[in-house]
Write a protein of this length. Structure first.
Length: 426
């Protein structure tokens, strides 16, 4: 039986500054909860528990505090403790730092990196400001939302129009702030696109768009812990007296919003927000995608996108070693299921991951961005859950050395597969 013990090498931290009761820091508990796929799993999610994107047979895993086991019992769920971590006394990072937790780059370092790459490679790279984070819209700090377009530039390239001459692959990281592996994978991908001849050669026929940090306000909370990153998942919009603030940006998109696998509880990790597409970070992404891709799919859950569709969208998450594809809200098949499944299986074969719809291998969830991309535009879209559930390099917070030694050697071949597939996915 797989165990989640090593996951907690990465869970030695507080869930969020807002999550700690007034009496002081609480221990972090990882609980194994029997919740077979179907009604039990969906009810567990709907109750608002912090359910990890990890499954071991019939069991899911919940992160909480000393009260969580009793709360689960009251809701009809048994649980056993996988690990209990004592509260940590964090050493906050200095505002001047460009890295935290052994080498992970801060938001300011990521944004500077995009500008540096574009300056050093003007024939390949263009930085695009596509919006502002919630805190910035409120005048309380925050960040610009930035993407980088990388291609061998010719007329019409990197233009914000769906009629651009080349197919487009879009890759983003850290929509869920605490999934720090994904931001590092995006950094490495940008550097490889401009520095590795095999990838650069592919850019004559392809545009690649990379958003390394899709949720900068949330990531600011994560990195504020320095050597003990804060396990914050959501953005920063909202308050909560008994849990982390914010909205889950991967439950807020307007495709089957507010259905399975999301919560109306403002303190839940899967809080869906007050309405579909309410969050500025989600609005900005959707606006950008509509500018980058043609709509090739008629409305309706069973309609197929046309054979001349180009492009693909990858949202990198962690962890569990999955390649997931629509639909996430249901086990119903899309109109392009065979092609999506083939692409996912090819990616998974290069990494040792498991491919499937979320409801086939994990659990169903709604309001997710990959469903929105396929639903609204017909573009193939995937979620990669990067990282095993066990071992030194498993979980949310692997040592930084794991990125070069373990994760990147798996992710890079998957990216090459996606680059090839984006040209004629169907």
């Amino acid at each position: 039986m797989r165990t989640a013990v090593a996951l907690l090498a990465c869970l030695a931290l507080l869930l969020s500054p807002a999550a700690a009761p007034a009496e002081g820091p609480q221990a972090t508990h990882l609980l194994r909860v029997p919740a077979p796929m179907g009604d039990a799993a969906q009810r567990l999610l709907a109750l608002g528990y912090d359910v990890l994107e990890q499954r071991d047979g019939d069991d899911l895993f919940v992160v909480g505090d000393p009260r969580t086991a009793d709360e689960l019992r009251a809701d009809g769920f048994a649980s056993t403790a996988e690990k209990v971590m004592a509260p940590s006394h964090r050493q906050p990072r200095s505002l001047a730092d460009t890295t935290y937790y052994g080498g992970y780059r801060t938001i300011t370092a990521h944004l500077a990196h995009l500008d540096e790459v574009a300056k050093a490679h003007p024939g390949l790279a263009t930085v695009v400001d596509y919006g502002a984070s919630w805190r910035k819209t409120q005048g309380s700090g925050g960040y610009d939302l930035k993407a980088i377009c990388i291609t061998r530039k010719s007329p019409g390239d990197c233009a914000l129009t769906p009629t651009a001459p080349k197919p487009r692959l879009f890759v983003m990281g850290q929509l869920h702030a605490r999934e720090i592996t994904t931001g590092d994978m995006a950094w490495r991908y940008v550097d490889d696109l401009v520095g590795s001849p095999d990838l650069t050669a592919m850019l004559s026929e392809l545009e690649v768009w990379v958003v390394p940090i899709a949720n900068p306000d949330g990531v600011e909370i994560v990195e504020s812990g320095g050597d003990t990153p804060v396990l914050h998942r959501k953005n920063a919009n909202g308050t909560c007296s008994s849990g982390p603030r914010g909205v889950d940006l991967n439950r807020n998109a307007g495709s089957h919003w507010g259905e399975v696998g999301s919560s109306r509880n403002k303190c839940a990790e899967t809080y869906q927000g007050p309405r579909a597409d309410s969050e500025v970070e989600v609005q900005a992404l959707e606006s950008l995608w509509r500018k980058l891709y043609r709509d090739t799919r008629a409305p309706g859950d069973t309609a197929a996108a046309s054979a001349d569709t180009t492009g693909a969208v990858i949202s990198m998450h962690s962890y569990g070693d999955y390649v997931l594809f629509p639909w996430g809200w249901s086990t119903q098949k899309t109109g392009n299921d065979a092609a999506l499944r083939k692409m996912a299986n090819d990616m998974a074969a290069r990494s040792g991951f498991t491919a499937g719809q979320p409801g086939e291998v994990l659990y169903n969830s709604s309001g997710v961005t990959d469903d929105w991309v396929y639903d609204d535009l017909g573009v193939p879209s995937f979620v990669w859950e990067i990282g095993a559930s066990s071992g030194r390099c498993g979980g949310f917070l692997p040592p930084f050395s794991c990125q070069a030694d373990v994760h990147w050697p798996k992710v890079r071949p998957m990216l090459v597969s996606a680059m090839n597939a984006a040209k004629r996915p169907y």
